[in-house]
Each structure stands twice: as C-alpha cells, then as structure tokens.
Design a protein around this ligand. Structure first.
Ligand SMILES: Cc1cc2nc3c(=O)[nH]c(=O)nc-3n(C[C@H](O)[C@H](O)[C@H](O)COP(=O)(O)OP(=O)(O)OC[C@H]3O[C@@H](n4cnc5c(N)ncnc54)[C@H](O)[C@@H]3O)c2cc1C
Length: 477
C-alpha cells in the first residue's frame, strides 16, 4: 500500500495501539567490518505510522526539551498525514544543518526524554522521523541554497565546526557576506575529525558544506592567519567576528603510571581510525583495550577500537549506567558489538612492566555521593579496589578550552575562571563586535548547543550592527 493510500491514523490514540519501532540497524558482525552508518531509514509507511504516535499535546514538552526549540509536533503531524514535502520543508526552514543535528542529537536525553507519552509507552521516535524527512528533502530537491539580497555587511567566522557552519548559514540567509577561517584543511570541526563515520558520515557534512558554498560562503581552510591577527585588526576588515574555536584541550588523568606506553587520548585515535586504518589496527589490533569515560567520545572510541581489531574492549565509567551521558542507541549498539561496561569504577593507577609498557589498570569501586553543583550526583571512591588487564588505555574525559598562548592577540578578551570566553545574552564577548559560542564558551557540549549559540549570535550580530551609531562603512568585499 502506498503511503498516500493509507488512511491517516488518529494521532491522539496511535501511540497506545502502535509500538515504537526504530529503523532497522545492520547486524553487529556485519557492521564491525566497516565504519559505515549502522541504521537504515524509515520508508514512507513506517514514517507515517511512527509520526502518528505523537499526541500533538497543546503545550509540547518535546519542543521545550530541544535546545533549538524545534517545532517537532508540526512536522510530525504533517508526516502522519503523508504530507512529506511540507513536513520536510518545515523542518529545513526551521533550523540550521538539520540533517547533521538529527544524526548526532542525543534525542533520548532531550526531546524524547520530554515526550508526554513516556511512562505509558516508549516515546515517539523523533530522531528517526527527522532523519527520514531530511533525506526525503535532499532526495526530492527540496534543499536549495537559501540567501537573502546582500546587505553590504561582511562577517568573519573563525572555526568551521558545527557552530561556525550554523552561524555562516544563518548570516547568509540574512544577506551577510561570510568568510569562514579554519586552521584545519576540512570543515566540520569535531564532527569530522573526531566523530567516526558510523556515527556521522563525512559525506553528510560535505553535502552541507557544498550547499554553504553555493550560498556564497567563502571558506579559507588550512589558514592559521586569523588566530594570529588582533581582533581589532579583524574588525577593520569585517563588520563583526564570530569565534567558534571549540574546546580542544583534552582532559588528562594524572594517576600514577599515566606516562606508560599504551596510555593515549581518545580523540587522536578516533582521527587515526577515520583516516589511517592501518595505523589504528597496529595500535589496538589483538589488544585488550580500556576506555575511560562515559560520553560520546568514550563510546565512539570503544566502537572504533572494536572495528580496528581489538581483542576486547571495556568502557570504565565512574558513575552508574543511568548516568551515562552518551546516547542510549549508541550504548545499545556498543553492547551488541561486545563492548563491556564497568560501571562505578575509577582508575587510581596505570600498571606497567619494564620498560614502561601498560599492562593494566588498578580501579577503585565508587558509590553514590552528594549532588554536584551541576545537579548530577557525584560518585565517590570506596575502599574496594580491583584490577583490569589492558594493553591500551584511552582517556575520554572531555575537553577544556585551550589556553591562549601568552602572546596571543586575543588575550584581552574577558574569560571565565575556567578559561572560557565570557559572553552576554547575545553571545557578544567583552570586545564589541566580537561574538563567541559553542564548546569554546560552554566547554565540551553538543553540536546542538553549538548551533543554538550560533543562532543566538546571528540575531545578536544583526541587532548589534543595526543599532551601531558609528560611521563605519560596511565592509563587504
Ligand atoms: C568523539 C566525539 C563524538 C561526539 N559526538 C557527539 C554527538 O553524537 N552529538 C553531539 O551533539 N555532539 C557530539 N560531540 C560534541 C560535538 O562534536 C561538539 O560539541 C561540537 O563539535 C562543538 O562545536 P564547535 O563548533 O563549538 O567546535 P568544534 O566542533 O570543536 O569546531 C571548532 C573548529 O575551530 C577550528 N579552530 C580551532 N582553533 C582555531 C584557530 N585558532 N583558528 C582557526 N580555526 C580554529 C577547529 O579546527 C575546528 O574546525 C562529540 C565530540 C567528540 C569528540
């Protein structure tokens, strides 16, 4: 039966008659043989059925749960009725980089966690309907370069991660000329050089970058000039600057033995696994691997180690399973791929043998402690310790903003005690005309939050330039 021939469900009751069904994923033995995406997509019938599980509540809690405030019920209703083009257009028009956000969005912690049918049934599979609509939009030519007539203003965006790309997208849609600088040769930030392709294929980012180029965004890649240029000089060439440099200083673990051969940071390994599989296999092939952490980086690293031929992979996490910040669908996929999880365990030392080679980790059990300032419960060490055999240990403990070099021309910007740039509600730094957002300001966060900040900054830049009373000429070139 074609999707359009199918009668529309009664959206208010479909959830009680129809179970949530996520798109099929490839079998574990099949998918660990490569780095490709593991999920398929809904067909039109499945998309309609699953979208019809939305109850269309009058005050949609899913929207409140989305950092971007996406109007989820609107496109779910249109999908349930089979109006795919209208649904896809609503989704594309309402966001920046929606097809990227949908792939990496931790929906189970955000919109789906807030879905009103939780507790009575599985939440609506919002992420999967969104994926379906995004691919529908591209397949049917509904995604076209979106630009406004030039307004004569020129903005420099420094950093081509999701935050920088979203800022550029928002600005060209308002008529700004935009130049993006990045010192790496490829745009996409962490989503390209750290996130493995089974999580987000490069081609998806490249497709969006191609669209941005067609919208007129000028990319200056492999270009370190901007970071050595005083911001006041940049402001002579550009009407405003958006800093989206990310937080690139990986956190370390100063436990005894951390200098042993075999202890590595997770992100360089992820980069290697994505670009030089022979080197990644040489590092972990046939080895016992321990990954310390519980976020996306840890789970991605563990699954990349499996694909690179590790003999065993264990994720060591100091909190309990319910506290894992990674996405549930990734955790389930990791479990299917035979990644082992050691919860409530924390390494107190790395064990080695001469001449300084890692052989294992000494771990201590943790137990729930007081609530932290962030509202999350601390897990504190107990007296129980045990060991874990490991030839390779990856640290996936998050990132901090990289300290600026002492001679950096950006030293004058006000910073928080943690080293992040201080911004106001418009994302403007202490230097008028210079805005900042994403991981650089928040510390390690999500691509969605980077997009959210970028959106805020686009509005902020627009408002700032509209009200500026000085006589500066627009700087479009
Ligand atoms: C392994 C891994 C998996 C992740 N998985 C997810 C996920 O599933 N979902 C999710 O939402 N988030 C995920 N994240 C987090 C997400 O990638 C980040 O929150 C997001 O990329 C931050 O975006 P950003 O634009 O602020 O910074 P970044 O993505 O870090 O981009 C910063 C850009 O600035 C450039 N740059 C830095 N300094 C300079 C300079 N001085 N001059 C010029 N260019 C510079 C960098 O080269 C980079 O391209 C993951 C992170 C990692 C490491």
């Amino acid at each position: 039966m074609s999707a359009d021939a199918r009668p529309a469900s009664d959206a208010r009751h479909a959830w009680s008659q129809l179970a949530r069904q996520d798109p099929a994923r490839r079998s574990a033995p099949d998918r660990i043989a490569d780095f490709l995406e593991i999920y398929g997509f809904y067909d039109e019938v499945a998309a309609r059925e699953q979208a019809s599980r939305c109850v269309q509540c009058p005050e949609p809690t899913c929207v409140a749960g989305c950092p971007l405030g996406t109007n989820i019920p609107e496109w779910l209703a249109l999908t349930a009725e089979g109006h795919f083009s209208a649904a896809a257009q609503a989704l594309q028009a309402g966001g920046n980089l929606p097809e990227i956000c949908a792939r990496v969005c931790p929906a189970d912690h955000l919109c789906e966690a807030e879905c009103v049918i939780n507790g009575q049934a599985q939440p609506v599979s919002i992420w999967a309907v969104e994926q379906f609509l995004n691919e529908y939009a591209f397949a049917h030519g509904l995604v076209q370069p979106d630009v406004a007539p030039p307004n004569g203003r020129h903005v420099a965006v420094i950093g081509a991660g999701p935050g920088g790309l979203a800022c550029a997208d928002g600005l060209v849609r308002r008529g700004y000329a935009v130049t993006i600088f990045d010192h790496r040769p490829q745009p996409g930030g962490l989503l390209v050089y750290a996130t493995p392709e089974f999580h987000l294929q490069r081609s998806i980012v490249e497709r969006r970058v191609d669209l941005l180029r067609r919208q007129g965004v000028n990319f200056r890649l492999a270009d370190a000039e901007a970071e050595h240029t005083p911001l006041t000089l940049l402001l002579e060439d550009f009407d405003a600057v958006y800093l989206a440099l990310g937080a690139k200083q990986p956190r370390t673990l100063d436990a005894p033995g951390h200098e042993l051969d075999g202890v590595h940071q997770a992100v360089p390994f992820l980069l290697q696994a994505g670009t030089d599989s022979a080197a990644a296999k040489a590092l972990v092939g046939g080895k016992h691997v321990a990954v310390i952490g519980g976020g996306d980086t840890a789970i991605d690293c563990a699954r990349a180690a499996v694909r690179s031929g590790a003999d065993s992979v264990a994720v060591v996490y100091r909190r309990d399973e319910a506290s894992l910040p990674a996405m549930r669908r990734d955790i389930d996929a990791a479990l299917e791929e035979e990644v082992r999880f050691l919860f409530q365990a924390f390494p107190i030392s790395f064990i080695g043998r001469p001449p300084g080679v890692l052989t294992g980790l000494q771990l201590v059990r943790t137990e729930p402690g007081p609530l932290g300032a962030d509202g999350r419960r601390w897990f504190v060490p107990t007296a129980t310790s045990f060991s874990l055999v490991a030839d390779v240990a990856f640290l996936a403990l998050g990132f901090d903003p990289a300290p600026l070099p002492a001679d950096s021309p950006w030293q004058a910007l006000a910073r928080t005690p943690q080293g992040a740039f201080q911004v106001d509600a418009r994302q403007m730094t202490s230097l008028p005309g210079v805005f900042a957002g994403g991981d650089l300001v928040r510390g390690p966060c999500t691509a969605l939050h980077a997009v959210r900040d970028a959106r805020q900054a686009v509005a902020g830049i627009d408002a700032f330039l509209a009200t500026r009373t000085d006589s500066s000429e627009p700087k479009e070139r």
